[in-house]
Design a protein around this ligand. Structure first.
Ligand code: ATP
Ligand code: MG
Length: 145
């Protein structure tokens, strides 16, 4: 579709449960977008969406990757992990739904707002999840001039 246009692409490995570095991929993405002069409003949306995606991989999954590709007219973010997958995606998308443990909640996560906020920050949002296989979230933010 947009594959014939020049783009900048970066992929970050996100390990499971590594809270000391969790958030670093999204902050590096934010700095990169600032450096190349992307609109502040879009940067804020991408920063929230990538942070929530990164934390979900770190907290809820066995690890995965966060990939961002910047085209002149759209920013595409793909968060992919190696399982365990989500049993009920519709439920997971509801505000306030969380399976986070007390330990995770004590660290300030588990409000059940990550996925709904990722959707709100996106112009296009798609989530696919298969139990035992993994979860893939794709978000597009239109890079309006
Ligand atoms: N990558 C994932 N792998 C497995 N389960 C996930 C994944 N992402 C989300 N979930 C499930 O969906 C639920 C809702 O996710 P969401 O990000 O909205 O809330 P949360 O992570 O629990 O809390 P918050 O994001 O507000 O800190 C999670 O509690 C978890 O059960
Ligand atoms: Mg979350």
């Amino acid at each position: 579709m947009k594959n014939n246009k020049p783009s900048i692409k970066q992929t970050f490995d996100i390990s499971a449960g590594n809270f000391s570095v969790a958030g670093s991929a999204s902050s590096r993405i934010k700095n990169m977008l600032k450096r190349i002069g992307i609109d502040d409003k879009i940067i804020r949306r991408v920063a929230v969406a990538t942070y929530e995606a990164e934390m979900n991989i770190a907290i809820h999954s066995h690890g995965g990757t966060l990939c961002i590709e910047i085209f002149p007219d759209v920013i595409i973010i793909v968060a992919k992990d190696k399982g365990p997958g989500i049993k009920n995606v519709a439920l997971a998308m509801e505000e306030g739904y969380s399976t986070a443990t007390d330990e995770i909640r004590a660290m300030g996560f588990g409000a059940g707002m990550g996925l709904p906020n990722m959707k709100k920050c996106s112009d296009e949002f798609d989530i696919q999840s298969t139990l035992g296989v993994g979860t893939r979230v794709e978000m597009k933010m239109y890079n309006k001039e």
